[in-house]
Design a protein around this ligand. Sequence first.
Ligand code: F6P
Length: 393
Amino acid sequence: MGASFQTPRRIGILTGGGDVPGLNSVIKSVVYRGAENGIEVTGIRRGWEGLTHVNLDDPASRERYILPLDRENTRTIDRDGGTMLHTSRTNPSKMKKIPEFLAAGHSFPEKDGRVDMSAQVLKNLERLGLDALIAIGGDDTLSVAKKLFDMGVKVVGVPKTIDNDLAGTDFTFGFDTAVNIATGAIDRVHTTAEAHNRVIVVEVMGRDAGWIAAYSGIAGGADVILIPEVPFDIEQVAELIRQRHARGRYFSIVVAAEGAKFADGIEKHGGASVAGEGRDEFGHLKLGGIGATLAAEIEKLTGFESRSVVLGHIQRGGSPSAFDRVLATRYGLGAIDMVHREEWGRMAALRGNKIISIPLAEAIASNRKVDKEILDAAIGILDKLDYKVTKNS
Ligand code: F6P
Protein backbone atom coordinates (compact mmCIF):
# COMPACT_ATOMS: atom_id res chain seq x y z
CA MET A 1 0.00 0.00 0.00
CA GLY A 2 1.03 3.63 -0.42
CA ALA A 3 3.29 5.16 2.18
CA SER A 4 1.90 6.71 5.35
CA PHE A 5 -0.91 9.21 4.81
CA GLN A 6 -3.56 10.87 6.86
CA THR A 7 -6.46 11.25 4.47
CA PRO A 8 -6.40 9.04 1.39
CA ARG A 9 -5.85 10.99 -1.80
CA ARG A 10 -6.07 8.20 -4.34
CA ILE A 11 -8.43 5.29 -4.03
CA GLY A 12 -9.37 2.37 -6.25
CA ILE A 13 -12.90 1.07 -6.84
CA LEU A 14 -14.01 -2.26 -8.27
CA THR A 15 -17.20 -4.27 -8.82
CA GLY A 16 -17.04 -8.05 -8.29
CA GLY A 17 -19.36 -11.05 -8.63
CA GLY A 18 -22.65 -11.06 -10.54
CA ASP A 19 -23.64 -7.62 -11.82
CA VAL A 20 -26.79 -5.91 -10.52
CA PRO A 21 -28.57 -2.76 -11.66
CA GLY A 22 -27.34 0.13 -9.50
CA LEU A 23 -23.59 -0.54 -9.56
CA ASN A 24 -23.02 2.53 -11.72
CA SER A 25 -24.85 4.76 -9.23
CA VAL A 26 -22.40 3.70 -6.52
CA ILE A 27 -19.43 4.43 -8.78
CA LYS A 28 -20.78 7.86 -9.76
CA SER A 29 -21.53 8.96 -6.19
CA VAL A 30 -18.08 7.84 -4.99
CA VAL A 31 -16.43 9.82 -7.81
CA TYR A 32 -18.57 12.93 -7.26
CA ARG A 33 -18.13 13.16 -3.51
CA GLY A 34 -14.49 12.10 -3.82
CA ALA A 35 -13.90 15.03 -6.19
CA GLU A 36 -15.44 17.43 -3.66
CA ASN A 37 -12.95 16.18 -1.08
CA GLY A 38 -9.90 16.06 -3.31
CA ILE A 39 -9.88 12.26 -3.56
CA GLU A 40 -8.92 10.83 -6.94
CA VAL A 41 -10.76 7.64 -7.92
CA THR A 42 -9.26 4.95 -10.15
CA GLY A 43 -11.54 2.27 -11.58
CA ILE A 44 -10.24 -1.30 -11.55
CA ARG A 45 -11.87 -3.29 -14.33
CA ARG A 46 -13.24 -6.84 -14.08
CA GLY A 47 -13.32 -7.05 -10.30
CA TRP A 48 -10.41 -8.75 -8.56
CA GLU A 49 -9.15 -9.94 -11.96
CA GLY A 50 -8.09 -6.34 -12.58
CA LEU A 51 -5.67 -6.57 -9.67
CA THR A 52 -4.41 -10.10 -10.32
CA HIS A 53 -4.09 -9.92 -14.11
CA VAL A 54 -2.97 -6.38 -14.87
CA ASN A 55 0.55 -6.04 -16.23
CA LEU A 56 1.43 -2.49 -15.24
CA ASP A 57 4.44 -2.49 -17.55
CA ASP A 58 2.26 -3.15 -20.57
CA PRO A 59 0.23 -0.12 -21.74
CA ALA A 60 -2.39 -2.35 -23.42
CA SER A 61 -2.90 -4.32 -20.20
CA ARG A 62 -3.14 -1.08 -18.19
CA GLU A 63 -5.74 0.23 -20.57
CA ARG A 64 -7.66 -3.02 -20.31
CA TYR A 65 -7.80 -3.07 -16.51
CA ILE A 66 -7.28 0.47 -15.19
CA LEU A 67 -9.63 3.38 -15.83
CA PRO A 68 -9.19 6.78 -14.16
CA LEU A 69 -12.62 8.07 -13.22
CA ASP A 70 -13.89 11.63 -13.14
CA ARG A 71 -17.13 13.56 -13.21
CA GLU A 72 -17.14 13.59 -17.00
CA ASN A 73 -16.89 9.85 -17.62
CA THR A 74 -19.35 8.97 -14.83
CA ARG A 75 -21.85 11.80 -15.44
CA THR A 76 -24.69 9.75 -16.96
CA ILE A 77 -23.85 6.17 -15.94
CA ASP A 78 -26.36 5.97 -13.09
CA ARG A 79 -29.25 5.35 -15.51
CA ASP A 80 -27.57 2.27 -16.98
CA GLY A 81 -27.61 -1.29 -15.72
CA GLY A 82 -24.47 -3.45 -15.66
CA THR A 83 -21.24 -1.87 -14.50
CA MET A 84 -18.99 0.52 -16.43
CA LEU A 85 -16.07 -1.26 -14.71
CA HIS A 86 -17.20 -4.74 -15.77
CA THR A 87 -17.00 -7.63 -13.33
CA SER A 88 -15.80 -11.19 -12.83
CA ARG A 89 -16.06 -13.99 -10.30
CA THR A 90 -12.29 -14.02 -9.64
CA ASN A 91 -11.06 -15.15 -6.23
CA PRO A 92 -7.41 -13.98 -5.86
CA SER A 93 -6.66 -16.62 -3.25
CA LYS A 94 -8.04 -19.54 -5.29
CA MET A 95 -7.08 -18.81 -8.87
CA LYS A 96 -7.65 -21.60 -11.37
CA LYS A 97 -5.16 -20.02 -13.79
CA ILE A 98 -2.59 -17.31 -13.43
CA PRO A 99 -1.88 -14.74 -16.17
CA GLU A 100 0.66 -15.80 -18.75
CA PHE A 101 3.16 -13.01 -18.06
CA LEU A 102 3.50 -14.24 -14.46
CA ALA A 103 3.28 -17.98 -15.10
CA ALA A 104 6.97 -18.77 -15.65
CA GLY A 105 8.73 -19.53 -12.37
CA HIS A 106 6.14 -17.84 -10.17
CA SER A 107 6.38 -18.23 -6.40
CA PHE A 108 2.72 -17.84 -5.42
CA PRO A 109 1.53 -20.46 -2.91
CA GLU A 110 -0.45 -23.35 -4.44
CA LYS A 111 -2.95 -25.67 -2.80
CA ASP A 112 -5.24 -28.28 -4.36
CA GLY A 113 -4.38 -26.99 -7.82
CA ARG A 114 -5.37 -23.41 -6.93
CA VAL A 115 -2.96 -20.46 -6.75
CA ASP A 116 -3.07 -17.75 -4.07
CA MET A 117 -2.32 -14.45 -5.80
CA SER A 118 -3.25 -12.15 -2.89
CA ALA A 119 0.35 -10.88 -2.74
CA GLN A 120 0.05 -9.73 -6.36
CA VAL A 121 -3.05 -7.70 -5.46
CA LEU A 122 -1.10 -5.90 -2.72
CA LYS A 123 1.81 -5.30 -5.06
CA ASN A 124 -0.40 -3.82 -7.77
CA LEU A 125 -2.24 -1.55 -5.32
CA GLU A 126 1.11 -0.23 -4.20
CA ARG A 127 2.39 0.26 -7.74
CA LEU A 128 -0.81 2.06 -8.68
CA GLY A 129 -0.27 4.38 -5.74
CA LEU A 130 -3.69 3.63 -4.30
CA ASP A 131 -4.10 4.51 -0.62
CA ALA A 132 -7.34 2.61 -0.21
CA LEU A 133 -9.91 0.53 -2.05
CA ILE A 134 -13.73 0.43 -2.27
CA ALA A 135 -14.95 -3.07 -3.16
CA ILE A 136 -18.57 -3.39 -4.29
CA GLY A 137 -19.87 -6.94 -4.13
CA GLY A 138 -21.73 -9.74 -2.42
CA ASP A 139 -20.39 -12.16 0.17
CA ASP A 140 -17.72 -13.55 -2.20
CA THR A 141 -16.22 -10.20 -3.20
CA LEU A 142 -16.48 -8.93 0.37
CA SER A 143 -14.82 -12.03 1.80
CA VAL A 144 -11.83 -11.25 -0.44
CA ALA A 145 -11.98 -7.63 0.79
CA LYS A 146 -11.92 -8.87 4.39
CA LYS A 147 -8.93 -11.10 3.68
CA LEU A 148 -7.03 -8.22 2.10
CA PHE A 149 -7.94 -5.99 5.05
CA ASP A 150 -6.42 -8.63 7.34
CA MET A 151 -3.28 -8.38 5.19
CA GLY A 152 -3.12 -4.62 5.74
CA VAL A 153 -5.12 -3.19 2.83
CA LYS A 154 -7.29 -0.18 3.68
CA VAL A 155 -10.60 -1.35 2.33
CA VAL A 156 -14.27 -0.34 2.53
CA GLY A 157 -17.10 -2.57 1.25
CA VAL A 158 -20.45 -1.83 -0.42
CA PRO A 159 -23.11 -4.58 -0.36
CA LYS A 160 -24.55 -5.73 -3.66
CA THR A 161 -26.59 -8.75 -4.71
CA ILE A 162 -29.95 -9.19 -6.34
CA ASP A 163 -30.44 -12.14 -3.96
CA ASN A 164 -30.69 -9.67 -1.01
CA ASP A 165 -29.10 -12.26 1.25
CA LEU A 166 -26.16 -10.35 2.70
CA ALA A 167 -26.17 -10.20 6.49
CA GLY A 168 -26.03 -6.91 8.38
CA THR A 169 -27.96 -4.79 5.89
CA ASP A 170 -31.72 -4.49 5.39
CA PHE A 171 -31.59 -4.33 1.59
CA THR A 172 -28.94 -4.71 -1.06
CA PHE A 173 -29.38 -2.63 -4.22
CA GLY A 174 -30.37 -4.53 -7.38
CA PHE A 175 -32.93 -6.55 -5.47
CA ASP A 176 -35.77 -4.07 -6.03
CA THR A 177 -35.14 -3.99 -9.79
CA ALA A 178 -35.07 -7.80 -9.93
CA VAL A 179 -38.33 -8.04 -7.97
CA ASN A 180 -39.99 -5.57 -10.35
CA ILE A 181 -38.84 -7.54 -13.38
CA ALA A 182 -39.99 -10.85 -11.86
CA THR A 183 -43.35 -9.36 -10.83
CA GLY A 184 -43.89 -8.04 -14.36
CA ALA A 185 -43.11 -11.50 -15.73
CA ILE A 186 -45.55 -13.15 -13.31
CA ASP A 187 -48.27 -10.69 -14.40
CA ARG A 188 -47.61 -11.67 -17.99
CA VAL A 189 -47.69 -15.43 -17.45
CA HIS A 190 -50.93 -15.01 -15.48
CA THR A 191 -52.87 -13.97 -18.57
CA THR A 192 -51.53 -16.74 -20.79
CA ALA A 193 -51.87 -19.40 -18.05
CA GLU A 194 -55.51 -18.40 -17.54
CA ALA A 195 -56.21 -18.34 -21.27
CA HIS A 196 -54.94 -21.91 -21.68
CA ASN A 197 -55.96 -23.40 -18.30
CA ARG A 198 -52.34 -24.18 -17.58
CA VAL A 199 -50.03 -24.34 -14.63
CA ILE A 200 -46.97 -22.15 -15.22
CA VAL A 201 -43.86 -22.40 -13.05
CA VAL A 202 -41.71 -19.24 -12.97
CA GLU A 203 -38.13 -19.96 -11.90
CA VAL A 204 -36.43 -16.91 -10.41
CA MET A 205 -32.94 -16.32 -9.03
CA GLY A 206 -32.11 -16.99 -5.40
CA ARG A 207 -29.32 -19.41 -4.69
CA ASP A 208 -29.46 -19.73 -0.90
CA ALA A 209 -32.32 -17.42 0.03
CA GLY A 210 -35.74 -16.90 -1.55
CA TRP A 211 -36.14 -13.12 -1.28
CA ILE A 212 -36.89 -12.56 -4.96
CA ALA A 213 -39.35 -15.47 -5.07
CA ALA A 214 -41.10 -14.33 -1.88
CA TYR A 215 -41.40 -10.66 -2.87
CA SER A 216 -42.33 -11.22 -6.51
CA GLY A 217 -44.64 -14.09 -5.55
CA ILE A 218 -46.51 -11.85 -3.12
CA ALA A 219 -46.55 -8.88 -5.50
CA GLY A 220 -47.55 -10.98 -8.51
CA GLY A 221 -50.22 -13.00 -6.71
CA ALA A 222 -48.59 -16.41 -7.15
CA ASP A 223 -50.53 -19.45 -5.94
CA VAL A 224 -47.48 -21.32 -4.66
CA ILE A 225 -44.13 -19.83 -3.60
CA LEU A 226 -41.17 -22.16 -3.14
CA ILE A 227 -37.97 -20.92 -1.49
CA PRO A 228 -34.71 -22.58 -0.41
CA GLU A 229 -35.47 -21.90 3.26
CA VAL A 230 -38.53 -24.21 3.27
CA PRO A 231 -38.08 -27.58 1.52
CA PHE A 232 -41.41 -28.59 -0.08
CA ASP A 233 -43.41 -31.77 -0.55
CA ILE A 234 -44.37 -32.00 -4.23
CA GLU A 235 -47.52 -33.97 -3.38
CA GLN A 236 -48.76 -31.05 -1.24
CA VAL A 237 -48.02 -28.61 -4.04
CA ALA A 238 -50.00 -30.83 -6.43
CA GLU A 239 -52.88 -31.09 -3.95
CA LEU A 240 -53.09 -27.31 -3.60
CA ILE A 241 -53.31 -26.96 -7.37
CA ARG A 242 -55.96 -29.72 -7.59
CA GLN A 243 -58.04 -27.91 -4.95
CA ARG A 244 -57.74 -24.62 -6.84
CA HIS A 245 -58.95 -26.29 -10.01
CA ALA A 246 -61.80 -27.95 -8.06
CA ARG A 247 -62.87 -24.44 -7.00
CA GLY A 248 -63.03 -23.40 -10.63
CA ARG A 249 -59.59 -21.78 -10.88
CA TYR A 250 -58.35 -23.68 -13.89
CA PHE A 251 -54.85 -22.24 -13.89
CA SER A 252 -52.10 -21.78 -11.32
CA ILE A 253 -48.87 -19.84 -11.03
CA VAL A 254 -45.97 -21.35 -9.10
CA VAL A 255 -42.95 -19.15 -8.32
CA ALA A 256 -39.83 -21.12 -7.43
CA ALA A 257 -36.40 -19.83 -6.43
CA GLU A 258 -33.65 -21.61 -8.37
CA GLY A 259 -32.33 -22.92 -5.02
CA ALA A 260 -35.72 -24.23 -3.76
CA LYS A 261 -35.55 -27.81 -2.51
CA PHE A 262 -37.71 -30.89 -2.95
CA ALA A 263 -37.96 -32.33 0.58
CA ASP A 264 -36.91 -35.74 -0.75
CA GLY A 265 -34.34 -34.47 -3.24
CA ILE A 266 -34.81 -33.34 -6.84
CA GLU A 267 -33.05 -36.44 -8.22
CA LYS A 268 -35.94 -38.63 -7.06
CA HIS A 269 -38.09 -36.60 -9.44
CA GLY A 270 -35.86 -37.12 -12.43
CA GLY A 271 -34.40 -33.64 -12.38
CA ALA A 272 -31.40 -31.55 -11.46
CA SER A 273 -31.13 -28.04 -10.09
CA VAL A 274 -27.62 -27.65 -11.44
CA ALA A 275 -27.05 -26.44 -14.99
CA GLY A 276 -23.65 -27.36 -16.35
CA GLU A 277 -20.52 -28.79 -14.86
CA GLY A 278 -17.94 -27.41 -12.47
CA ARG A 279 -17.71 -24.78 -9.78
CA ASP A 280 -16.47 -21.21 -9.93
CA GLU A 281 -13.46 -19.97 -7.91
CA PHE A 282 -15.75 -19.41 -4.92
CA GLY A 283 -16.99 -23.01 -5.09
CA HIS A 284 -20.48 -22.24 -6.46
CA LEU A 285 -22.34 -24.55 -8.79
CA LYS A 286 -24.32 -23.03 -11.67
CA LEU A 287 -27.95 -23.40 -10.61
CA GLY A 288 -30.96 -23.77 -12.89
CA GLY A 289 -33.48 -26.42 -13.87
CA ILE A 290 -35.85 -26.76 -10.94
CA GLY A 291 -38.66 -25.02 -12.84
CA ALA A 292 -38.72 -27.64 -15.61
CA THR A 293 -38.67 -30.52 -13.10
CA LEU A 294 -41.49 -28.93 -11.11
CA ALA A 295 -43.64 -28.42 -14.20
CA ALA A 296 -43.12 -32.05 -15.29
CA GLU A 297 -43.94 -33.39 -11.83
CA ILE A 298 -47.02 -31.18 -11.41
CA GLU A 299 -48.34 -32.30 -14.80
CA LYS A 300 -47.69 -35.94 -13.90
CA LEU A 301 -49.38 -35.71 -10.49
CA THR A 302 -52.36 -33.51 -11.43
CA GLY A 303 -52.89 -34.22 -15.09
CA PHE A 304 -53.03 -30.44 -15.72
CA GLU A 305 -50.99 -29.14 -18.62
CA SER A 306 -47.92 -27.37 -17.21
CA ARG A 307 -45.14 -25.16 -18.52
CA SER A 308 -42.11 -23.46 -17.03
CA VAL A 309 -40.15 -20.29 -17.71
CA VAL A 310 -36.71 -19.42 -16.37
CA LEU A 311 -36.24 -15.67 -15.91
CA GLY A 312 -32.49 -16.04 -15.39
CA HIS A 313 -30.28 -13.08 -16.22
CA ILE A 314 -33.21 -10.97 -17.44
CA GLN A 315 -33.64 -10.23 -13.72
CA ARG A 316 -30.20 -8.64 -13.58
CA GLY A 317 -30.44 -6.70 -16.85
CA GLY A 318 -31.66 -3.26 -17.88
CA SER A 319 -31.73 -0.01 -15.99
CA PRO A 320 -32.10 0.15 -12.22
CA SER A 321 -35.40 1.05 -10.54
CA ALA A 322 -35.64 4.48 -8.92
CA PHE A 323 -35.40 2.81 -5.50
CA ASP A 324 -32.16 1.05 -6.44
CA ARG A 325 -30.65 4.22 -7.93
CA VAL A 326 -31.32 6.10 -4.71
CA LEU A 327 -30.15 3.26 -2.46
CA ALA A 328 -26.98 2.67 -4.50
CA THR A 329 -26.20 6.42 -4.51
CA ARG A 330 -26.57 6.48 -0.73
CA TYR A 331 -24.30 3.43 -0.36
CA GLY A 332 -21.66 5.11 -2.54
CA LEU A 333 -21.80 8.31 -0.51
CA GLY A 334 -21.66 6.27 2.70
CA ALA A 335 -18.60 4.39 1.45
CA ILE A 336 -16.60 7.44 0.38
CA ASP A 337 -17.47 9.12 3.70
CA MET A 338 -16.08 6.02 5.44
CA VAL A 339 -12.89 6.40 3.42
CA HIS A 340 -12.73 10.00 4.55
CA ARG A 341 -13.18 8.92 8.16
CA GLU A 342 -10.70 6.06 7.64
CA GLU A 343 -13.11 3.35 8.75
CA TRP A 344 -11.26 0.39 7.25
CA GLY A 345 -12.41 -3.22 7.13
CA ARG A 346 -16.03 -2.08 7.27
CA MET A 347 -19.04 -2.02 4.97
CA ALA A 348 -21.75 0.58 4.35
CA ALA A 349 -25.08 -0.93 5.47
CA LEU A 350 -28.73 0.10 5.47
CA ARG A 351 -30.55 -0.10 8.81
CA GLY A 352 -34.05 1.26 8.74
CA ASN A 353 -33.57 4.39 6.66
CA LYS A 354 -30.01 5.11 7.77
CA ILE A 355 -26.71 4.24 6.12
CA ILE A 356 -24.37 3.06 8.83
CA SER A 357 -21.03 1.25 8.87
CA ILE A 358 -20.56 -2.33 10.10
CA PRO A 359 -17.52 -4.65 10.20
CA LEU A 360 -17.02 -6.64 6.98
CA ALA A 361 -16.73 -9.70 9.20
CA GLU A 362 -20.36 -9.27 10.26
CA ALA A 363 -21.59 -8.99 6.67
CA ILE A 364 -19.89 -12.19 5.49
CA ALA A 365 -20.52 -14.25 8.63
CA SER A 366 -23.86 -15.69 7.50
CA ASN A 367 -26.38 -15.77 4.72
CA ARG A 368 -29.53 -13.72 5.41
CA LYS A 369 -32.63 -15.86 4.99
CA VAL A 370 -36.19 -14.73 4.24
CA ASP A 371 -37.50 -13.57 7.59
CA LYS A 372 -40.67 -14.42 9.47
CA GLU A 373 -42.43 -11.16 8.54
CA ILE A 374 -42.13 -11.85 4.83
CA LEU A 375 -43.01 -15.55 5.25
CA ASP A 376 -46.11 -14.47 7.17
CA ALA A 377 -47.04 -12.04 4.40
CA ALA A 378 -46.72 -14.81 1.81
CA ILE A 379 -48.73 -17.22 3.93
CA GLY A 380 -51.31 -14.49 4.54
CA ILE A 381 -52.22 -14.13 0.88
CA LEU A 382 -51.88 -17.78 -0.17
CA ASP A 383 -54.64 -20.40 0.11
CA LYS A 384 -54.95 -22.37 3.32
CA LEU A 385 -53.34 -25.53 2.05
CA ASP A 386 -50.31 -23.47 1.09
CA TYR A 387 -50.10 -22.49 4.71
CA LYS A 388 -49.63 -26.18 5.45
CA VAL A 389 -47.14 -26.59 2.64
CA THR A 390 -44.98 -23.92 4.20
CA LYS A 391 -45.63 -24.89 7.77
CA ASN A 392 -45.38 -28.67 7.62
CA SER A 393 -42.31 -29.04 5.53
O1 F6P B 1 -25.58 -14.46 -6.60
C1 F6P B 1 -26.31 -13.73 -7.50
C2 F6P B 1 -26.83 -14.59 -8.61
O2 F6P B 1 -27.57 -13.75 -9.45
C3 F6P B 1 -27.62 -15.82 -8.17
O3 F6P B 1 -28.96 -15.57 -7.91
C4 F6P B 1 -27.42 -16.74 -9.35
O4 F6P B 1 -27.47 -18.09 -8.97
C5 F6P B 1 -26.05 -16.42 -9.82
O5 F6P B 1 -25.77 -15.11 -9.39
C6 F6P B 1 -25.87 -16.53 -11.31
O6 F6P B 1 -24.54 -16.30 -11.60
P1 F6P B 1 -23.91 -16.10 -13.05
O7 F6P B 1 -24.18 -14.70 -13.47
O8 F6P B 1 -22.46 -16.33 -12.85
O9 F6P B 1 -24.58 -17.06 -13.97
